[in-house]
Ligand binder design. Structure first.
Ligand SMILES: CC(C)(COP(=O)(O)OP(=O)(O)OC[C@H]1O[C@@H](n2cnc3c(N)ncnc32)[C@H](O)[C@@H]1OP(=O)(O)O)[C@@H](O)C(=O)NCCC(=O)NCCS
Length: 330
C-alpha cells in the first residue's frame, strides 16, 4: 500500500526579466518562427545580475509556507532540488535557510536534474511517514541561465530561470491541500552523455588560469533527449496509474515537465489525456529545470486549471537520465 502525504501549501517565483524569441534572434542565428514551431516556447525569464538560485528559492518557499498557514519557524526539514546551487559548499539548502531565517534543522540539496522536485517529494513522503510532525519544505530552483552557452542556438533557446515550492506534511486525509497518493521514480545512466554540464566538477575539474570552455555549459543531443523524454514519461505515468487502480480517463489534469510543448503534447497523447486537460506554461517560461513541475503545478492551481477534487498526474524527465511521476488528489 502506498504511503500518502499532503501538500499543505505550494508556491512559485519567476524573475521579472523576460527574454523573448526576438531578443534571441539578436544573439544567435535563429528565428521566432523556428523556436515556436520546434518548441512552442515564446519567452523565458532570466534572473537579474546578482540574483541567485537561493534568492529565487526563498521567494517561492515564502509563498508556499504562507499558503500552508505556517511560518518559517515551523519548517523541520529543507530539501532543495537544484543543479545550480549558489555554491557547492555551503549547500544551496543552507543558503535558502539563511534567507528564510531558519536554523537548527536538516537542510540538503538533491540533484536529479529536471526530475529533482519529484525526487525530493518522495523523500519528503518518507520523512513525514517517519515523523508525523515533520513539515518538509520541498523547493526546486534553478538558474540555468548561468550554465547556458549563449552562443549555442541548439540549447540557449530552451531554458529559463524559476523556482517552485511545496510544504509537505504527513497525510491530512482527503480534502486538505494536495494529497500525494503515490510517486514512482527511475533513472538510466546509459544516457548520461546525452545531456551534460561537466565543467567545474571532478570529471572535468577547474584548473586555475584555464579558460572556461564549452564543457561548463549545457550540452545536449536534443533529438535523443526528445525521444527518451516522451517514452519515459509516458511509460512511468501509465505504470503509476495502473498500480493505483486508475486509467488515463480518471486523470483530470496532466502537469508534465515543461521542456518543450511538442514533448508535452506527445506525452499527453500517448498517455491518453485530452489536450485541454494538459497544463502548459512552457510558452512563457521555457524549460526551468527542476522548478518546472512545481512552477506549473502552482500556476495551474492558482489559475483554477486544477480544482479541488481533481486527480492530477505530474511527470518529469531530466539529465541522467532521470524521470518520475506522481499522483496528487487536490
Ligand atoms: C532541441 C530541439 C528543439 C531541436 O529540434 P529538432 O527538430 O530535433 O532539430 P535538430 O536538432 O534536428 O536540428 C534541425 C536543424 O535546425 C537547426 N537548428 C538548431 N537549433 C536552431 C535554432 N535555434 N534556430 C534555427 N535553427 C536551429 C540545426 O542546426 C539543424 O540544421 P541542419 O538540418 O542544417 O543541420 C528538440 O530536439 C528538443 O526539444 N529536444 C529536447 C530538448 C529538451 O527538452 N531537453 C531538456 C530535457 S529535460
Amino acid at each position: 500500500m502506498s504511503i500518502h502525504c499532503t501538500l499543505a501549501g505550494i508556491g512559485r517565483y519567476a524573475p521579472d526579466k523576460i527574454l523573448s524569441n526576438s531578443d534571441l534572434e539578436k544573439l544567435v542565428d535563429t528565428t521566432d518562427e523556428w523556436i515556436v514551431t520546434r518548441t512552442g516556447i515564446r519567452e523565458r525569464r532570466i534572473a537579474d545580475e546578482g540574483m541567485t538560485t537561493a534568492d529565487m528559492a526563498a521567494k517561492a518557499s515564502a509563498m508556499a509556507i504562507e499558503n500552508a498557514g505556517f511560518t518559517p519557524e515551523d519548517i523541520t526539514h529543507i530539501l532543495l532540488a537544484t543543479l545550480t546551487p549558489d555554491s557547492a559548499v555551503p549547500p544551496g539548502a543552507t543558503s535558502l535557510a539563511l534567507r528564510l531565517g531558519i536554523k537548527h534543522i536538516a537542510a540538503m540539496d538533491v540533484n536529479a536534474a529536471c526530475s529533482g522536485f519529484l525526487y525530493c517529494l518522495d523523500l519528503a513522503r518518507a520523512i513525514t511517514h517517519m515523523d508525523s510532525d515533520a513539515k518538509v519544505l520541498v523547493t526546486a530552483s534553478d538558474t540555468l541561465s548561468h550554465r547556458t552557452n549563449w552562443d549555442d542556438r541548439t540549447t540557449c533557446i530552451l531554458f529559463g530561470d524559476a523556482s517552485g515550492s511545496a510544504v509537505v506534511t504527513a497525510d491530512q486525509g482527503p480534502g486538505k491541500g494536495g494529497r500525494v497518493l503515490d510517486i514512482m521514480l527511475s533513472s538510466d545512466p546509459a544516457w548520461g552523455p546525452m545531456l551534460t554540464v561537466h565543467g567545474g566538477y571532478s570529471g572535468h575539474p577547474y584548473k586555475k588560469g584555464q579558460p572556461i570552455d564549452d564543457e561548463y555549459f549545457i550540452q545536449m543531443q536534443g533529438r535523443e533527449v526528445y525521444k527518451h523524454a516522451v517514452r519515459s514519461m509516458t511509460a512511468i505515468s501509465l505504470e503509476l496509474l495502473a498500480r493505483n487502480g486508475y486509467t488515463p480517463d480518471d486523470v483530470d489534469v496532466l502537469v508534465p515537465h515543461q521542456a518543450n510543448v511538442r514533448i508535452i503534447e506527445a506525452v499527453g497523447k500517448k498517455i491518453g489525456v485530452p489536450r485541454e486537460q494538459v497544463f502548459v506554461n512552457a510558452d512563457r517560461y521555457g524549460n526551468t529545470s527542476a522548478a518546472s513541475a512545481p512552477l506549473a503545478m502552482s500556476e495551474a492551481y492558482d489559475t483554477g486549471f486544477i480544482k479541488p477534487g481533481h486527480l492530477v498526474l505530474m511527470t518529469t524527465f531530466g539529465g541522467g537520465f532521470t524521470w518520475g511521476s506522481a499522483l496528487v488528489r487536490f
